[in-house]
Ligand binder design. Sequence first.
Ligand code: ZN
Length: 323
Amino acid sequence: MILAGDVGGTKTLLGLFEADPVRPRPIVARSFGTLDYETLEAMIAAFLSGASVDASTIGVTCIGAAGPVIDNAAELTAVPWRVDGARISRATGAARVVVINDLQAMAQAVPALQESELHVLQRGSPVPGGNMAVIAAGTGLGEALIHHVDGRYVPAASEGGHADFAARTEREIAVVRDLTKRYGRADVEHVVSGRGLINVHRVTHAGGCAAAVDLEDPHAAAAITAAAFDRRCPGCVEALDLFVEAYGAQAGNLALRSVATGGVFIGGGIAPKILPALTSGAFMRAFRAKPPLENLLASMPVHVILNDNAGLLGAAVFAASLR
Ligand SMILES: [Zn+2]
């Protein structure tokens, strides 16, 4: 049996899987508010006891964590949590605990995903054995590369979400000015994430918000999206438009960096919720608008991952590969 985890800034998924080399089969999975527990060890103990499972029966544990992983441990960037493989092993009795980056985990799931779990944004002409890439906006922004090396796919983590935000328009330059004043610099996650949509909202609302969105509310990003879809506020419409284009442009940047002729996959919690905005054309236009390489970008398949447990599944895929 495999124990898999996907630790994010807002929620954490834990699941038990039956090992399978292609796609581990889920036995039980549960979602937790990340900060509802003091530590991940306590959360895992509660999960295992709720499932009546003894930790000694678990072969491999793999935890995907939203932060850079060094020496089998990650300090999360969005919440004050440390995810430490050795500590989890000591506290829970699980024999072998491996910590990987959450986007590296999601990348592990990509080859196992079925067509019904993907929404096509651009069919393109996939090159067999071509590199792939994953980008996922949620609480933060994650990116991973999937390079094809010596006949097999090798997912690799990155901290590309914290790279500098590259403004392309006068409006985006205004966003960079505002972010630089507020945070000292503008990184991509400051724009392309739930928090990013709120940052953009500040710039597109010089005259007040007709939808009266409260930016301090924990569900502010969803409120902006709802106001934009209902066209209740021109500032909210502009904020979502700018967000979608910046997301598409950054997905294109990642596609260039990885030469993702095998496909680009859009994961994370936001994409499935704003699918009508992603399919309107603006996302893919921004993805492709990189002369002289428009044709290369137009040839790359682009998919939205609809399975919101892809990160958890990927952690299980990685655990199964270690047995
Ligand atoms: Zn508004």
